[in-house]
Ligand binder design. Sequence first.
Ligand SMILES: *Cc1c(COP(=O)(O)O)cnc(C)c1O
Length: 420
Amino acid sequence: METLQIGGVSSRALADQYGTPLYVYDENKIRKQAAAAMANFRSKQFDTEVVYASKAFSCAALFRLLAAEGLGFDVVSGGELYCAMRIGADMKKVYFHGNNKSDQEIEMGLDAGIGYFVVDNMMECARLFDIAERKRLQTKALLRINPGISAHTHEYIMTAAPDSKFGIYIENRQQIDAVIQKLSRSKYVKFAGFHSHIGSQIVDAGSFTKALDTMIDFLAEMKREQDLDNLELSIGGGFGIRYVEADAPLPLGEMCKTLISHTERRLAEKDVHLSKLITEPGRAMVGEAGCTLYTIGDMKESGDKNYIFVDGGMSDNIRHALYDAEYTGVLANKCDRPSEKTYCIAGKNCESGDILIADMQLPKAAPGDLLAVLSTGAYGYSMASNYNRLGRPAVVFAKDGQARLIIRRETYEDQYRLEV
Ligand SMILES: *Cc1c(COP(=O)(O)O)cnc(C)c1O
């Protein structure tokens, strides 16, 4: 019987050695994505930077791997920054995002000498100004703009309502000018440009080029009205991946190439110059490289559903429960058998919504079989919880027939150690 191999390692051997549930990453797939972005997100006309959006999955081993490939890090919290600091990441390539950074987090970023704060609002701008003044520490700031475009998968919609939680609405020139004016008076915080991020799991280039056009038109106005040119522009992340058969995302390298050439063309048309273009892929860097191995436990017919119960659930992958995300999977120890039955894959958490896959065809399954849910590498571990006091699973990197443990399984004691 054929067994699923990940990075040249048998899924059965992985399950036996490390237990289940288990997140397994094919390390070469991560490296390939990183290399594709680094090689294709390049221009002769302006500097470029590829920054990994840590929220998709952050851990020391991954950060080391990506830092070695030349990527910077987008962090949203002191915790993510701490991890980047611990592995000795180049702090000049760290971008601190988030709409409500605490004073402590701002101080931590300044002390660490990070390259950029992505400023969300006027209050944050004033706090960053004051704290940098007090500490006499230099940094750069990008202002997050809400370009009025939000995208999900294929369509983009112009959101008329400028009511997003993130950034300052592009037409709110009064607030935008106030931030620029304020920072022009700072000896320590240099206003460097703008950032926008339009959404996630976007599979074609259209929404991104639309956002680029909007942002470059905006830069042209800034040049005209404020005599600001040669700014830096971060276009965020959001590149889609394949979760199920029907998903057909543009490969990351192609996407990068398209965005660069589109930017070069649009800049020329508008007579605007950029000093740097930045992109921040998260999901696309790690999503398809990861899968989750579960052991099938009990099975049950309930109404017209055939349930397979696995030894994890929404505590290690909340995405279906949270927003109906779709996944597919394979019976890892019987992956050459034909599918013959429709199953509903449910977890062991105490919620009726604790479903991983609502219905999928599989070969006839039995307790003890291994189920691999595919493309769980992004927003799986990073959104995992201790709900029902299930310990967070272990994480393994597999490569060229070898596996290594990178995060160990959380024990009861690990959870209990916080009790006072
Ligand atoms: C979430 C986010 C990203 C990464 O999004 P992905 O869909 O994981 O690529 C990048 N930049 C910002 C500001 C984000 O909020």
